[in-house]
Design a protein around this ligand. Sequence first.
Ligand SMILES: [Ca+2]
Length: 476
Amino acid sequence: MHAFVYCLQRALLPALFGMLFATSSLAAPRPPNVILIISDDQGWRDLRCLGREEIITPNLDRLAREGVRATSFYVTWPACTPSRGSVLTGRYPQRNGLYDMVRNDMVNFGHRYSPAEYAVSPEMTLGLDPREVTLGDALKRAGYATGCVGKWDMGQARRYLPLQRGFDFFYGHGNNGIDYYTHERYGVPSLFRGNQRTEEDKGTYVTDVFRREALRFVREQKAKPFFLYLAFNAPHGASSFAPDSEKKPGEKKEGVGVQVPEKYLKLYPNRDPKNGVTRYLAAVTCMDEAIGELLDTLRALGLERDTLVLFMSDNGGSGNGGNAPLKGGKSSMWEGGLRVPFLARWPGRLPANAVTDEFLTSLELFPTLLAATGAKPPAGVKLDGFDMTAVLQGKAKSPRAEMFWERRGDRAARVGNWKWVESARGGGLFDLATDLGEKNDLSKQKPDVAAQMKAKFTAWKREMDASEPRGPFRDY
Ligand SMILES: [Ca+2]
């Protein structure tokens, strides 16, 4: 008899659970999971589907086919830290206070830090102002499980690390970049699990580490809505120097560039494996494979339709990246520094295989994710973007009319299709509608437009200066 009841339970319980699940999913659709993926220094054209024929990116191409690709999508700064700070806060760098790199200058001269020296250096003591509200904070308050895997880049002191900034889970590095294998930054071990530094994965290629931890987080949190911020350091060059043994006497230490396992280099048999571009392409392919496994896992767990997946680069491509036909690259005010690849997939909510050239920026991410998840806007916080869902759906024009950038005295604005640049590397006025490559300076033909652009920049700058002061650079 007991055996019979047991068999009955074994047969009926799964069916009962299945009915319960079906009923509850009909009654109240669960808020979507969100996976926000950021790559590092990947150029505007650096996916096969974006036109770089030689790159192998089947999984991101698939994401593009199954979702929306935005072709006029900008970041707020042409390099890592401030750009990523805006993604996490929804605010201009000049408003949230993180408007330059959190980076030790001496590494530029080949200096290798001792742990004690590093502990009191800017990379340890600076970070995103603790008063800022992050996407992790906002979504955690809405009941989400929140995880951060990869390059945090918002500071490494305890108060700056993800567990103190709205994330339940963190495995990654707090600083700007590491060696892909030793996970050191100029000699200092830099990976954290939670709040603790760890060397548990030393020797393992870090994209594979981030892949494993992202999959772990998704599998562990599949029962409740989750937010995964998956920030790769690939395909950025490694923050390490070639061994002294490879250095000639008196020679300046050189960075080792992009590191990548042989396996991925072999996918490019017609290219020189020692070439920096080859290693860059292969590092993107490795990251693409990790993203593919994440997408496969969502499908296997039945979460594909319940998950909004976003992908972008944190700034334009550097030396190895492909930004053409855009001008310039990382660190510049030209389109090649500021315009990045952007993909969004949400089956049933966003169209498949769609392309939008509407004017959008990373400032739109925060309000868009609040809207998608039903999270409340943080009280008393001025956000600089808007919910772009209707734009991605192709149902509305972008309400964005203007955007401004400032980096160390370099200044730029886009208003409509006009782009204005004043920088150490040149400037001018350009009509992006006819001159995407910013080749034809119209400032002499259109002095009135150039003057209006400059006036708008000045007004924006005045607004930033009048906003509540934020550290680490304007805490007064
Ligand atoms: Ca970057």
